[in-house]
Design a protein around this ligand. Structure first.
Ligand code: 1GP
Length: 251
Protein backbone atom coordinates (compact mmCIF):
# COMPACT_ATOMS: atom_id res chain seq x y z
CA UNK A 1 0.00 0.00 0.00
CA UNK A 2 1.38 3.45 -0.83
CA UNK A 3 1.21 6.15 1.76
CA UNK A 4 1.20 9.17 -0.49
CA UNK A 5 -1.01 12.05 0.51
CA UNK A 6 -3.27 11.57 -2.48
CA UNK A 7 -3.70 7.87 -1.69
CA UNK A 8 -4.57 8.74 1.87
CA UNK A 9 -7.25 11.10 0.56
CA UNK A 10 -8.81 8.54 -1.75
CA UNK A 11 -8.68 5.86 0.95
CA UNK A 12 -10.47 8.19 3.36
CA UNK A 13 -13.03 9.07 0.70
CA UNK A 14 -13.72 5.39 0.04
CA UNK A 15 -14.47 4.92 3.74
CA UNK A 16 -16.61 8.07 3.84
CA UNK A 17 -14.23 9.82 6.23
CA UNK A 18 -13.80 13.60 6.06
CA UNK A 19 -10.59 15.57 6.41
CA UNK A 20 -9.76 18.92 7.94
CA UNK A 21 -7.06 21.12 6.43
CA UNK A 22 -5.89 24.30 8.13
CA UNK A 23 -4.61 26.99 5.76
CA UNK A 24 -1.54 28.87 6.95
CA UNK A 25 -0.70 32.13 5.21
CA UNK A 26 3.05 32.74 5.77
CA UNK A 27 2.37 36.50 5.85
CA UNK A 28 0.07 36.23 8.83
CA UNK A 29 2.14 34.16 11.26
CA UNK A 30 5.30 34.55 13.32
CA UNK A 31 7.34 31.90 15.16
CA UNK A 32 5.43 32.42 18.42
CA UNK A 33 1.96 32.31 16.87
CA UNK A 34 3.04 29.26 14.86
CA UNK A 35 4.12 27.49 18.05
CA UNK A 36 0.68 28.01 19.53
CA UNK A 37 -1.05 27.00 16.30
CA UNK A 38 1.00 23.84 15.89
CA UNK A 39 0.12 22.76 19.42
CA UNK A 40 -3.58 23.25 18.69
CA UNK A 41 -3.60 21.48 15.29
CA UNK A 42 -1.76 18.48 16.72
CA UNK A 43 -4.10 18.20 19.67
CA UNK A 44 -7.17 18.56 17.42
CA UNK A 45 -5.96 15.86 14.97
CA UNK A 46 -5.96 18.18 11.96
CA UNK A 47 -5.33 16.06 8.83
CA UNK A 48 -3.38 18.44 6.59
CA UNK A 49 -1.68 21.82 6.72
CA UNK A 50 -2.03 23.89 3.56
CA UNK A 51 0.57 26.61 3.21
CA UNK A 52 0.27 29.50 0.77
CA UNK A 53 -2.06 32.22 -0.44
CA UNK A 54 -2.95 34.23 -3.53
CA UNK A 55 -0.46 36.87 -2.54
CA UNK A 56 2.56 36.11 -0.38
CA UNK A 57 4.42 39.30 0.49
CA UNK A 58 7.01 38.03 2.93
CA UNK A 59 9.79 35.62 2.10
CA UNK A 60 8.99 33.26 4.94
CA UNK A 61 7.68 30.18 3.17
CA UNK A 62 10.74 27.99 3.86
CA UNK A 63 10.94 29.13 7.47
CA UNK A 64 7.24 28.42 8.09
CA UNK A 65 7.35 24.95 6.52
CA UNK A 66 10.55 24.06 8.39
CA UNK A 67 8.98 25.11 11.69
CA UNK A 68 5.98 22.86 10.97
CA UNK A 69 8.22 19.93 10.05
CA UNK A 70 10.22 20.35 13.25
CA UNK A 71 7.23 20.22 15.54
CA UNK A 72 4.62 17.88 14.06
CA UNK A 73 3.93 15.03 11.65
CA UNK A 74 0.93 16.56 9.90
CA UNK A 75 1.51 16.47 6.12
CA UNK A 76 2.30 19.88 4.59
CA UNK A 77 0.68 20.64 1.24
CA UNK A 78 1.65 23.75 -0.70
CA UNK A 79 -1.25 25.83 -2.01
CA UNK A 80 0.67 28.26 -4.22
CA UNK A 81 -0.64 31.51 -5.61
CA UNK A 82 2.32 31.68 -7.99
CA UNK A 83 5.23 29.49 -9.15
CA UNK A 84 7.55 31.29 -6.72
CA UNK A 85 5.71 29.77 -3.76
CA UNK A 86 7.45 26.43 -3.81
CA UNK A 87 9.68 24.86 -1.18
CA UNK A 88 11.12 21.37 -1.23
CA UNK A 89 10.63 21.10 2.54
CA UNK A 90 6.90 20.45 2.06
CA UNK A 91 5.38 17.05 1.27
CA UNK A 92 3.07 17.81 -1.62
CA UNK A 93 1.96 20.54 -3.99
CA UNK A 94 -1.54 21.29 -5.22
CA UNK A 95 -0.80 21.78 -8.89
CA UNK A 96 -3.65 24.17 -9.53
CA UNK A 97 -5.25 24.97 -12.84
CA UNK A 98 -7.92 27.67 -12.52
CA UNK A 99 -10.58 25.84 -14.53
CA UNK A 100 -13.40 28.20 -13.52
CA UNK A 101 -11.62 31.09 -15.28
CA UNK A 102 -10.52 31.81 -18.79
CA UNK A 103 -7.14 33.29 -18.01
CA UNK A 104 -4.68 31.18 -20.04
CA UNK A 105 -1.81 32.07 -17.69
CA UNK A 106 -3.54 30.34 -14.78
CA UNK A 107 -4.91 27.50 -16.87
CA UNK A 108 -1.54 26.44 -18.34
CA UNK A 109 0.88 29.38 -18.84
CA UNK A 110 2.53 29.51 -15.43
CA UNK A 111 2.66 25.73 -15.35
CA UNK A 112 4.81 25.64 -18.47
CA UNK A 113 7.16 28.24 -17.02
CA UNK A 114 7.61 26.34 -13.76
CA UNK A 115 7.27 22.73 -14.99
CA UNK A 116 10.97 21.80 -14.87
CA UNK A 117 11.44 23.21 -11.36
CA UNK A 118 8.25 21.58 -10.10
CA UNK A 119 9.26 18.21 -11.51
CA UNK A 120 12.72 18.43 -9.93
CA UNK A 121 11.32 19.45 -6.56
CA UNK A 122 10.61 15.87 -5.53
CA UNK A 123 7.28 16.99 -4.07
CA UNK A 124 4.21 14.86 -4.54
CA UNK A 125 2.31 16.68 -7.28
CA UNK A 126 -1.47 16.61 -6.97
CA UNK A 127 -3.17 17.83 -10.13
CA UNK A 128 -6.05 20.02 -8.97
CA UNK A 129 -8.97 21.57 -10.83
CA UNK A 130 -9.33 24.86 -8.95
CA UNK A 131 -12.74 26.53 -9.13
CA UNK A 132 -13.40 29.97 -7.70
CA UNK A 133 -17.04 30.51 -6.75
CA UNK A 134 -18.47 33.99 -6.18
CA UNK A 135 -18.38 34.63 -2.43
CA UNK A 136 -20.42 37.85 -2.40
CA UNK A 137 -17.53 40.32 -2.72
CA UNK A 138 -14.20 40.44 -4.54
CA UNK A 139 -11.54 38.38 -2.74
CA UNK A 140 -7.79 38.44 -3.29
CA UNK A 141 -8.00 35.36 -5.49
CA UNK A 142 -10.82 36.74 -7.65
CA UNK A 143 -8.93 40.03 -8.14
CA UNK A 144 -5.47 38.55 -8.71
CA UNK A 145 -6.68 35.82 -11.06
CA UNK A 146 -8.26 38.35 -13.41
CA UNK A 147 -10.95 35.80 -14.13
CA UNK A 148 -14.66 35.82 -13.36
CA UNK A 149 -15.71 33.44 -10.58
CA UNK A 150 -18.61 31.04 -11.14
CA UNK A 151 -21.83 32.73 -9.95
CA UNK A 152 -22.88 31.37 -6.55
CA UNK A 153 -26.27 30.18 -7.80
CA UNK A 154 -25.12 28.50 -11.02
CA UNK A 155 -24.82 24.95 -9.75
CA UNK A 156 -24.92 23.52 -13.25
CA UNK A 157 -21.87 25.53 -14.34
CA UNK A 158 -19.99 24.25 -11.29
CA UNK A 159 -21.06 20.67 -12.03
CA UNK A 160 -19.97 20.81 -15.67
CA UNK A 161 -16.69 22.55 -14.81
CA UNK A 162 -15.84 19.90 -12.20
CA UNK A 163 -16.78 17.07 -14.56
CA UNK A 164 -14.65 18.56 -17.34
CA UNK A 165 -11.71 18.95 -14.97
CA UNK A 166 -11.98 15.37 -13.83
CA UNK A 167 -12.26 14.05 -17.39
CA UNK A 168 -9.16 16.06 -18.30
CA UNK A 169 -7.34 14.04 -15.65
CA UNK A 170 -7.39 16.30 -12.61
CA UNK A 171 -7.16 14.26 -9.43
CA UNK A 172 -8.75 16.70 -7.03
CA UNK A 173 -11.43 19.35 -7.39
CA UNK A 174 -11.07 22.38 -5.09
CA UNK A 175 -14.04 24.77 -4.93
CA UNK A 176 -13.10 27.99 -3.19
CA UNK A 177 -15.20 31.07 -2.39
CA UNK A 178 -11.88 32.84 -1.67
CA UNK A 179 -10.19 33.55 1.61
CA UNK A 180 -12.42 35.58 3.90
CA UNK A 181 -15.38 35.29 1.51
CA UNK A 182 -18.53 37.00 2.73
CA UNK A 183 -20.60 34.01 1.74
CA UNK A 184 -19.22 30.46 1.74
CA UNK A 185 -20.22 28.05 -1.04
CA UNK A 186 -23.83 26.94 -0.68
CA UNK A 187 -24.30 23.31 0.28
CA UNK A 188 -26.62 22.70 -2.68
CA UNK A 189 -23.71 23.43 -5.07
CA UNK A 190 -21.42 21.13 -3.04
CA UNK A 191 -24.04 18.38 -3.10
CA UNK A 192 -24.58 18.60 -6.85
CA UNK A 193 -20.88 18.71 -7.71
CA UNK A 194 -20.05 15.82 -5.34
CA UNK A 195 -22.71 13.72 -7.08
CA UNK A 196 -21.11 14.00 -10.55
CA UNK A 197 -17.41 13.45 -9.78
CA UNK A 198 -15.39 10.68 -8.22
CA UNK A 199 -12.33 12.77 -7.34
CA UNK A 200 -12.05 14.02 -3.75
CA UNK A 201 -13.79 17.38 -3.35
CA UNK A 202 -12.09 20.15 -1.36
CA UNK A 203 -14.21 23.06 -0.11
CA UNK A 204 -12.98 26.34 1.34
CA UNK A 205 -13.54 30.06 1.62
CA UNK A 206 -15.52 31.93 4.26
CA UNK A 207 -16.36 28.97 6.51
CA UNK A 208 -16.67 30.55 9.94
CA UNK A 209 -18.38 28.03 12.19
CA UNK A 210 -18.39 24.28 12.86
CA UNK A 211 -22.04 23.99 11.78
CA UNK A 212 -21.23 25.10 8.22
CA UNK A 213 -18.22 22.76 8.11
CA UNK A 214 -20.49 19.90 9.20
CA UNK A 215 -23.20 20.76 6.65
CA UNK A 216 -20.59 20.89 3.87
CA UNK A 217 -19.29 17.43 4.81
CA UNK A 218 -22.83 16.06 4.84
CA UNK A 219 -23.36 17.58 1.39
CA UNK A 220 -20.35 15.73 -0.03
CA UNK A 221 -17.18 17.71 0.73
CA UNK A 222 -14.23 15.40 1.43
CA UNK A 223 -11.83 18.05 2.72
CA UNK A 224 -12.71 21.30 4.47
CA UNK A 225 -10.13 24.11 4.34
CA UNK A 226 -10.25 26.88 6.93
CA UNK A 227 -7.88 29.83 7.24
CA UNK A 228 -9.38 33.19 8.25
CA UNK A 229 -11.75 32.05 10.99
CA UNK A 230 -8.89 30.21 12.71
CA UNK A 231 -6.52 33.15 12.39
CA UNK A 232 -9.12 35.20 14.28
CA UNK A 233 -9.88 32.52 16.88
CA UNK A 234 -7.45 29.59 17.04
CA UNK A 235 -9.57 27.89 19.71
CA UNK A 236 -12.10 27.13 16.94
CA UNK A 237 -9.74 24.45 15.61
CA UNK A 238 -10.91 21.80 18.05
CA UNK A 239 -14.63 22.38 17.40
CA UNK A 240 -14.11 22.47 13.64
CA UNK A 241 -12.13 19.26 13.75
CA UNK A 242 -14.74 17.46 15.87
CA UNK A 243 -17.56 18.62 13.56
CA UNK A 244 -15.74 17.51 10.39
CA UNK A 245 -14.57 14.16 11.78
CA UNK A 246 -18.03 13.38 13.16
CA UNK A 247 -19.35 12.91 9.62
CA UNK A 248 -18.84 9.44 8.14
CA UNK A 249 -20.74 8.61 4.99
CA UNK A 250 -19.98 5.08 3.77
CA UNK A 251 -20.12 4.66 -0.02
C1 1GP B 1 -8.98 30.14 0.82
O1 1GP B 1 -10.20 28.12 0.93
C2 1GP B 1 -9.32 28.92 1.61
O2 1GP B 1 -8.35 29.84 -0.36
C3 1GP B 1 -9.75 29.25 3.03
O3 1GP B 1 -10.60 30.36 3.11
O4 1GP B 1 -9.49 31.82 4.80
O5 1GP B 1 -11.93 32.09 4.27
O6 1GP B 1 -11.13 30.11 5.55
P1 1GP B 1 -10.80 31.12 4.51
Amino acid sequence: MTHSIYSSLTEKKAKGHKSFAVLIDPDKVNPASMDELLGLVTEARVDYLLVGGSLVISNRLDEVVLQIKKSCDIPVILFPGSPSQITTHADALLYLSLISGRNPELLIGQHVISAAAVKQSGLEIISTGYMVIDGGAPTTVSYISNAAPIPADKNEIAMCTAMAGEMLGMKLIYMDAGSGAKRPIHESMIEQVARVIEAPLVIGGGIKDPEKAYINCKAGADVIVIGNAIEKDPTLIREMSDAIHSVIIPA
